[in-house]
Every structure is written in structure tokens, then in C-alpha cells.
Design a protein around this ligand. Structure first.
Ligand code: ASP
Ligand code: MG
Length: 486
């Protein structure tokens, strides 16, 4: 049994749908005789739709009703175009047309009430933002049927049961597993392809939730784990996971294989490959993940597995950067040996709900620095100034400062564990280009080393590290690290 997830661009329009039809046809045929038979499809909204919905709802809350009124029309046309291209059957077309109208009327009503209230709650936003998948999934199911593939739309609200954290819900695996098996296995046994909405779920009380932006990957992994699938395929618009962002590094190449650990590190550090939580359900059930290209389906893409099969020449897998960061430093000679400064620092950060991406403390204990998204920096700063008001006054702490225009460059690879000289290789590459390293951190997993740099150095840094570790070559062809790094 394979679970196939299609991202927004994979269902972006007529041409993309045509590709998807053939990919699903092949999967359904290929899996028909498997020990655990069947193919399950999970889909995102058509590209751009979720953004349109969210924008319209936010504008409505501000009293601007034009965006949702326009969106209702453009979204209808966008989906109808695909429907009329692929679906000949009159009844099927009419039914789908009614469904579109229903969903879009709901959208209009929701945005209307948001405008009246002048307020958009997290709960309301989840209902609106999930509508894109509730349009694309029934459309894809009908398109597949129109092309002779037995398929049935299933709403993930029936399957993925979550907690009640709107905007980033977590699945409750026990009820989710029960629901997925009860609803999907009978379809698979009949050779029917279930076509399921990504991104959305519902709380135990039946209130619609979403798994967070980009959450359809996570949906596929949750459903794959619930069904104990043989493989989870993430179909996107690039040839798997690349060694770097190809817009930054033109000779970036696709990786044959990555570990779960590596892909999570990459996702965490901003590589737009997979939703960061996707690997969790897959790891638990040891289900291999594959990232594949809808527009080049013959390309093997990237296989994501428990353990990599290459040695130390493949120690570094990829380099990525995450921009719009802010480096906050709490410094002072009086901090030395004073317990509790770190705890109070991070309690303050937690109070404003900021996400800390990296922490570094010098061993002299004279400063702690950490990186938060730029958007959270002002809040964190004022909280820290309040927390340490007395210490600042008495000069136990000399200063709390924030540096903007900061970038984190993360070098990722599980094989970096215990390989000496790796950090030297990174710093050499940076030094050769005159790049100043502001702070460094290495996770104890040793699967990543991150360096904090000035934003302006990001591109050169990523390129030079990519070059230094020969990431433009296939993993097997790179020199052993020990031989190359001084
Ligand atoms: N449509 C949702 C989003 O744009 C979920 C996804 O595409 O994975 O965030
Ligand atoms: Mg996506």
C-alpha cells in the first residue's frame, strides 16, 4: 500500500492534474496485487488557494469585504476549469458544480460574519483555511473517475482526530488509526482509491482544525502510519530534496537518500522540503518516505530512511539558511556563576511565545545569545528588560542587545557524528570569503552545525560551504572528509 500526497503545484491546474492522473493510475495498478493492496491519495489545496482564503478572511476582519467577494468568483473559475477539462459525465459535473457552490457559499457566509464581528478567531481561521482542500480533494476524486480510475473523496475531518489547538493541531493517533482503518480499508479492498483532504482534521468534538501551514505532508504521514502503509510518497515540483536551495546554489543536486533525522533538521532550518512534523509518524512505524517530482515522475527523487548507507564521504548532506532572524545577547561580567540567569532568560522568551532557533553560551558565562525570528524580537527584548531591570541597574548584567538582519546557516548530515575536522572545513570555507561568524552551535545529535551570520553574507556562505564539501557531486563520489579537510 502506498500513500501518495500531492502538493499545491501538483494540483495547480489542468496540466498538473493530467500528470497526477497518470501517477495515480500507475500506483493503483502497481499496488493492486501487493500483500497490503491499494493506493491512497492525500491532496493539498490548488496552489495559491490557501493564501487567498486566509487573506480574504483577514481582510474581512478589518472590514474590507472586497477580497472574499472576488475570491468566491476566482476560486469557482479555477476549480471549474479543471473539472470541465477532465469530466465529461453530465451528472458528475453537475454534482461537483453544486459542491463547489456549497463550499464557496459557506466561505462567503463565514467571511461575512467575520466582517460583522470585526474579529477573526483561530477557530474561525481554521474553518476558512481548510476550504481549499475541501474543494481540491472532491475535484481530484472526480477527475480520476473521469479518467477511468475508481476513486472516492473522503474528508479528513472524519479520519484525522486532533487536539483542539487551532492553527497547529496534533493528531490523537488512537482514534485516528481506528477511523482510518474502518473507513479506508474497505475502499482499498474494493480497489477504490480514497482521495483525502490534506491539512485538515477535527477535534474529538467534531470542530474543524488544521495541522498548520504546509500540513498536508503531515496528513499523509499520519494516514500512512494509521494504515501501516509500505511507503509514503510526497509528490512535489522538484526532484526530491536538494543539497541546497537551487535559487541560491545553481549546481545544487538532488539527494538519493537522507535519514529521517537529516530531513527533520533541514525542515526545521527552513528548507521547504517537508512539513517538519512529517517524519514523526513515519519513524514510529518505520515507513520509508519518498519525495518525488510530479513533473518528472521518472526521476527517483529522494528516499528518506532510518539509516543511511553511505560512509563519511557523505557526511555533509545539505546546507540551508533561514533568514529574517534576530540575535539577542544578554551579557555582563556579573553573570558569571550566578545561577538562574539562563532559566530566567528563557522563561521571559517563553512568556512572549517566541520560538528559539538556536542558543549559544560562552564558557566564561559572560554572555548568552540566542536567535529568534525577527518578528518576535521586540517583544522578547522588552520582556528581558523588565525581567532583568534590577540586574541591569546594578550592572550584574551590562546589556541586553538585539541584532537584526541575521541569518542562520545550517550544515546538516547525520554522518557528521564523530567526524573530526568538519567544523574546521566550515570555518575555512567561510574565512576564505572573509565572512565573519557571529555565533556557532552544534546540536548534541551532531546532525547539524549552525552558524549565525550577517544577512548579507548568507548567499556567499551557503555557496562556499556547498563547494567546500563537494555537495555538487553525488554522495558516493565525494572525497573522504578526513582527506580533504586540513
Ligand atoms: N494548503 C495548505 C497550505 O497551503 C496545506 C498544504 O499545502 O500542505 O498551507
Ligand atoms: Mg505544501
Amino acid at each position: 500500500m502506498h500513500v501518495l500526497k500531492f502538493g499545491g503545484t501538483s494540483v495547480g491546474g489542468v496540466d498538473a492534474f493530467a500528470q497526477v492522473v497518470e501517477i495515480v493510475r500507475r500506483a493503483a495498478d502497481g499496488q493492486a496485487q501487493a500483500a497490503k493492496p491499494g493506493a491512497v491519495v492525500v491532496t493539498s489545496a490548488m496552489s495559491g488557494v490557501t493564501n487567498t482564503l486566509i487573506h480574504a478572511a483577514k481582510q474581512a476582519a478589518k472590514g474590507d469585504e472586497a477580497p472574499y467577494q472576488q475570491a468566491q468568483e476566482t476560486l469557482l473559475v479555477k476549480h471549474q476549469q479543471v473539472a470541465s477539462h477532465f469530466i465529461q459525465d453530465g451528472q458528475e459535473r453537475a454534482a461537483l458544480g453544486r459542491l463547489f457552490e456549497e463550499r464557496l457559499t459557506e466561505f462567503r457566509r463565514l467571511c461575512g460574519s467575520i466582517a460583522v464581528l470585526g474579529e477573526l478567531t483561530a477557530r474561525g481561521l481554521d474553518v476558512v483555511s481548510g476550504l481549499g482542500e475541501r474543494l481540491s480533494a472532491p475535484l481530484l476524486a472526480a477527475v480520476l473517475r473521469g479518467q477511468g480510475i475508481a476513486a472516492e473523496f473522503v474528508d479528513a475531518g472524519e479520519l484525522v482526530i486532533t487536539d483542539g489547538i487551532f492553527g497547529g493541531a496534533e493528531p490523537l493517533m488512537a482514534p485516528t488509526t481506528e477511523r482510518c482503518q474502518a473507513r479506508l480499508l474497505p475502499l482499498l479492498a474494493k480497489g477504490i482509491v480514497p482521495v483525502i483532504t490534506g491539512f485538515v482534521g477535527s477535534s474529538a468534538e467534531g470542530i474543524p482544525t488544521t495541522l498548520g501551514r504546509g500540513g498536508s505532508d503531515y496528513s499523509a504521514a499520519i494516514i500512512g502510519a494509521a494504515l501501516d502503509a509500505d511507503e509514503i510518497q510526497i509528490w512535489t515540483d522538484v526532484n526530491g530534496v536538494l543539497t541546497a536551495d537551487p535559487r541560491v546554489v545553481p549546481n545544487a543536486r538532488s539527494l538519493n537518500q537522507l535519514t529521517y533525522e537529516e530531513v527533520s533538521e533541514l525542515a526545521y532550518y527552513g528548507a521547504k522540503v517537508l512539513h517538519p512534523k512529517t517524519v514523526t509518524p513515519a519513524i514510529e512505524k518505520q515507513i520509508p518516505l519518498r519525495v518525488l517530482n510530479t513533473f518528472e515522475p521518472e526521476h527517483p527523487g529522494t528516499r528518506i530512511v532510518q539509516r543511511a548507507e553511505v560512509g563519511s564521504h557523505g557526511a555533509v548532506k545539505a546546507v540551508t539558511s533561514i533568514r529574517d532572524m534576530n540575535l539577542i545577547t544578554v551579557a555582563g561580567r556579573g553573570m558569571m556563576g550566578v545561577p538562574g540567569i539562563a532559566a530566567r532568560t528563557f522563561q521571559s522568551v517563553a512568556r512572549v511565545g517566541a520560538n528559539v532557533l538556536m542558543i549559544s553560551q560562552s564558557s566564561s558565562e559572560q554572555s548568552i545569545c540566542f536567535v529568534v525570528p525577527e518578528a518576535d524580537a521586540a517583544g522578547v527584548m522588552s520582556e528581558l528588560q523588565q525581567e532583568f531591570g534590577r540586574e541591569l541597574e546594578r550592572h550584574y548584567i551590562d546589556e541586553v542587545v538585539s541584532d537584526d538582519q541575521i541569518v542562520i546557516v545550517a550544515i546538516v548530515g547525520s554522518g557528521m557524528k564523530g567526524v573530526p575536522g568538519l567544523a574546521a572545513g566550515i570555518f575555512n570555507a567561510l574565512a576564505q570569503h572573509g565572512i565573519n561568524v557571529i555565533a556557532i552551535a552544534q546540536g548534541s545529535s551532531e546532525a547539524n552545525i549552525s552558524v549565525v551570520l550577517a544577512e548579507g553574507d548568507a548567499t556567499t556562505a551557503v555557496r562556499s560551504i556547498h563547494d567546500a564539501f563537494e555537495l555538487y557531486k553525488p554522495t558516493e563520489e565525494r572525497a573522504q572528509l578526513g582527506n580533504r579537510v586540513p
